[in-house]
Write a protein that binds this ligand. Structure first.
Ligand code: HEC
Ligand code: HEC
Ligand code: HEC
Length: 142
């Protein structure tokens, strides 16, 4: 076999120092790859305001849309308005501010709802009707 012959030849010619280099480069490459992979595989979003979410975080990660849909049905069909799972509340706590102190829409690139949904390939149309940032009071003073 030409391949085994070549490999054997290569093995014989490598010194221990050479192996150290090969292994080190391999390890560093691996670490670099893991870093790059972690960057694309985890949604990054600004942290929220407020002490805590409306439900425990692990529950929110899994079920937030169930709460929202339930809340919507309660409000739209039954006229019951409760603040707990209100979409307005989500926006109030989860909208970030830009360097000028203005609110950024939660569905803008890299923002809370958008970044996670982009990662999970989820599309929502909620913000064609609902405000994607807290209502801002515009200051009249100069
Ligand atoms: C076609 C416009 C429209 C779209 C699209 C829409 N909504 Fe609504 N939604 C409304 C209207 C109108 C109300 C009732 C008025 C109100 O309470 O603001 C409402 C009420 C709600 C409420 C109850 C009020 C509150 O904030 O607690 C929730 C929750 C809600 N919608 C969530 C959603 C979610 C989540 C989506 C996306 C999956 C969505 N809506 C998409 C129009 C829309
Ligand atoms: C009183 C402020 C507040 C409100 C209202 C609120 N949240 Fe949160 N939320 C938080 C905090 C604080 C965390 C913890 C993580 C952080 O600091 O970003 C969190 C975490 C989350 C997470 C998990 C994020 C992660 O790290 O994986 C999701 C999803 C979430 N919220 C969705 C919602 C939705 C949807 C609503 C509206 C139904 C909502 N939140 C309302 C403050 C709030
Ligand atoms: C921690 C990641 C994460 C964050 C942050 C997040 N979502 Fe989601 N969201 C998901 C995932 C994953 C799904 C799809 C779950 C499924 O289909 O099983 C989803 C689904 C939804 C759905 C249902 C979509 C459908 O077609 O049924 C709505 C509505 C929704 N999210 C609203 C929001 C809103 C509003 C915010 C910001 C306040 C938000 N989400 C923040 C991960 C997130």
């Amino acid at each position: 076999m030409i391949w085994s012959g070549l490999i054997e030849h290569w093995f014989k010619r490598r010194s221990r120092a050479m192996w150290t280099v090969v292994i080190t480069v391999g390890l560093l490459g691996g670490v670099g790859l893991t870093g790059a992979f972690a960057e694309v595989s985890q949604p990054l979003f600004p942290s929220a305001r407020g002490e805590q979410c409306v439900e425990p975080v692990d529950v929110m990660r899994r079920d937030h849309f169930e709460f929202l849909k339930h809340q919507r049905d309660k409000t739209v069909h039954k006229g019951i308005r409760t603040p707990r799972h209100s979409l307005v509340g989500c926006i109030d706590c989860h909208a970030d501010k830009d360097t000028q102190g203005r609110f950024v829409p939660v569905n803008a690139k890299g923002q809370f709802c958008q970044s996670c949904h982009a990662y999970a390939a989820v599309k929502i149309d909620c913000f064609s009707c609902h405000a994607a940032r807290p209502t801002e009071r515009v200051s009249q003073s100069p």
